[in-house]
Write a protein that binds this ligand. Sequence first.
Ligand SMILES: Cc1ncc(COP(=O)(O)O)c(C=O)c1O
Length: 448
Amino acid sequence: MIMVAVDVYHGSSLSMIKSLCFVPSNGPMSPSLQANHCKFTYCMASTVPAKRAVKDGAQVPPQEQVLTGDSFIRPHLRKLSPYQPILPFEVLSTRLGRKPEDIVKLDANENPYGPPPEASFLFLTSYVFEALGAMKFPYVYPDPESRRLRAALAEDCGLEAEHILVGCGADELIDLIMRCVLDPGDSIVDCPPTFTMYEFDAAVNGAFVIKVPRKSDFSLDVELIAEVVEQEKPKCIFLTSPNNPDGSIIDDEALLKILDLPILVVLDEAYIEFSGIESRMRWVKKHENLVVLRTFSKRAALAGLRVGYGAFPLSIIEYLWRAKQPYNVSVAAEVSACAALQNPAYLETVKVALVQERERLYKLLQEVPFLNPYPSYSNFILCEVTSGMDAKKLKKMTVLLKYLQEDLANMGVMIRHYNNKELRGYVRVSVGKPEHTDALMEGLSRLS
Ligand SMILES: Cc1ncc(COP(=O)(O)O)c(C=O)c1O
């Protein structure tokens, strides 16, 4: 294997991007991954040009510069690209003149069944909405240790509560881990295409991101990860199983090889319930360098209430307790999550419904002439937009992608489309209820 190091100074952003290029290993690559000749890249995450004081086109000398608020902002944050939020569905519904509940929202992997109960599940005895309505002390700060919820989680996952920490979504825990682990200038390993918050939080925390792209089948390049760890000594690696956006899982062999490396492994299991494989939460008792993250957003449909949780070795969790915001989990979030856990039968029924629907959706997407869906272990399906297109027809593909997203949105169906280096020409569709699949297929048939 030949390695070429290239230093690129981005005049516009004043940031340094260093690419370490490896000759591609053997094996077929998808067209979009082929475009990515470098096997891994080392970069300060996405940046925008820093503003300079300019008057009448000329640079203002330092003594005449007016002090502006941004001069107080930490330099690496001044260069940070703003986070790209997705279009809120209330905004789309207003624009389309439809009720929010009439929008088929398949763009953010939410669970459309909602938390317990739904009309069809009224036989249940404990309800999230009821529990929220019965909150007695919303004017009192929440328990900083979320004791009730951690005890319920300990029972749910068979791991002692002392290993478990709860957060305002798994998102908060990703950021908290980085705040505890990374010094400015440290680096993390990211394996794109994957969940983009790892890169985003690394940038906020002033860390470099070493990108080790996944292989053409979206599996991890474990050998390259090992080389990178040896050469670059990154602090931690973020792995996602099932991976967002393709839905592939990491097998024990690959995970164990990575756990053998001198690096903190953060395994994000946000979608584990849909995979049919067991969570590795309990592995944290055996592996001092493993953290496992999970969430109530998907399994219990509580995305809006923001509750995530993580399993940690005792030698690590101690420091997260010290660094976390004391009241990071609201009373409403804790009450809802506890009520959800009291309804395992509901959670199971919803999971089974979504997994069954995923299989139906996959088969239907296979029949769409311009889509190539990937098998998924999660509650979403990644599709390559093909239409047998070669490079010459790329423009047509751009048009098709625009159609796919905009025309479907105009029909009230929201899906996610990608335009980044690793996934240009791909769309991701969340699994919804059967009627959501029907609306999507109807929309797609109008585009064919
Ligand atoms: C892989 C992955 N991890 C974490 C999250 C965020 O979870 P939470 O809603 O608990 O912050 C998501 C959300 O889509 C995700 O895809």
